[in-house]
Ligand binder design. Sequence first.
Ligand code: PGA
Length: 248
Amino acid sequence: MRKIIIAANWKKYLNQEESVSLVSQLNDLFNLKNYNHQVMLFPDANHLPSILKEIENKYGLLTFGVQDPSFINKISDLLSDTFYEKISLSIVGHSDRRINHKEDNDTTLKKFSELKNYSGLCPVLCVGETEAQKNDGSTLDIIKKQIPENINSSKYSNECIIAYEPVWSIGTGKVPNNKEIETVLNSIKSLVDENVKLFYGGSVDINNVEKLLEIDLIDGFLIGGASTNFESLLGIIKKVDKFLEKTN
Ligand code: PGA
């Protein structure tokens, strides 16, 4: 049975009060009904202690992560061990780090490897081409370089997700067509083991999620802007539910 994971990358969109309130609303929702899929939340790391205090997470469907491994050290002082155990994921290689923090591919791959080998957290590795790279036809080459060569080696045993996020699509409302996404996901699939999950991210919202779900290779979505508001996120969750009810 196909399952879809919805991952919400809140970046710096919400203040602490808003993050806590959105998590409480989601928590209430998931405690009412055992939805058939998992929601991963990536709030501002500084908000995690307050958020984790709030939630009951009866069905264990909400999972939490940091937006980059660099936040793990920053927040470890703020989190007691029990809370720390509730963090199971880390985004790595988001275009914000690659572009605004000038982190090159080697830095990202090193962070990825450290996450896999030492942290026990599941990395959500973001890969994707810029607009210029798309235009000069180098998308697949660029993405191949962004995936660690030894991603399938046995020492990398914890779970791993690769999110295809074209840089030109993030926060712009522009989304590649399904054929283009499929071509990239197929190429990633040929490089990684079966158990690596594939996400799409970049301007996913309530209006385009159904169309994107037609891509069988998609195991989940990494959603920024459209995940920062309860109605919009719930709308996406419901559309995913409806689609899966129809097709599963
Ligand atoms: P977006 O962001 O959904 O707002 O395009 C996606 C992301 O930054 O991961």
